[in-house]
Design a protein around this ligand. Sequence first.
Ligand code: ZN
Length: 321
Amino acid sequence: MIRNPVPWPGGARCAVAFSFDVDADSFVHLSYPDDADNRLHSLAIARFGPQVGVPRLIDVFKRHEVPVTWFVPGWVMERYPAAVEAMLESKGEVAHHGYLHHNPVGLSLAEEEDAIMRSVEIIRHMTGQKPRGYRAPSWGVSRHTIPLLMKAGIDYDSSLMGDEIPYLLTYDGKRSIVEIPTAHGLDDWMHYMNWRDFDYLMPVKAPAQAHEVYRAEFDAAWEYGGMWVSVWHPLVSGRLARAREMHALIRHMQAKGGVWFARMEEIAAHVRKVVQSGAWTPRVDRLPYYKGRIPELHASGKPVVRAARKTAPKAKPKRRR
Ligand code: ZN
């Protein structure tokens, strides 16, 4: 089913990366800039992430000796330094997730570059290393994002979902970046989130039900030599019953055997290694996919097809009996 599986280290059947997006209350301020301070209910739910969720999740993964990748907006790192320290102490990878969680699609080139470079500096300052990986806030990958990441020296992105195993992105035929895709089914937001201030009104699933999806994705990846990358949030999956269910999921993975549990920086480095040695040939996606409006559209934005139909002779109406 996977035509060109990656040769994983040690002959592992699949790679697994547990990754969390630690948004905290960044997007409460973005959505309600003038009265976020008057929305204590939403602020409290969001602050649960770094304050309760992160330390709890660290304990869960420590118990099973499974590494974690944390995508943290720079602003969140500045506001919650204790959470960042705990991630580093437990050998977690701290990766880039924008500055204040602005969706890059709505930013100008200068604004997006500022958000990326600002957080690169914060990560460098607080962790002693520049970030290796990036995930776009709100899945917003703009036409500028990938070249900006290349300029910032970031090695991998995990926002595009254009495959199920790693692939390479090139831009204007220049440098490449490793894409480590995930899937919406592996995003906990879709399974649990019910939050009126943001119009998320998904019916809340029981943890075992959500984990059925995660397990099915893992079992398929294991069977066909694929990869499993979660997109979870401490404010969502750090809740007690959901965090408890993770023990069962990790045990299920460990019992299967032949699983490479890795930080995402390790997956990117491994991909670079097997590509350079010639042991594996990746699929390459060349960017940009398009430059501006496609020619099949008029400048007005109306589809050419519709205009052509107007001039076409009308077919004779069929007689009805
Ligand atoms: Zn996020």
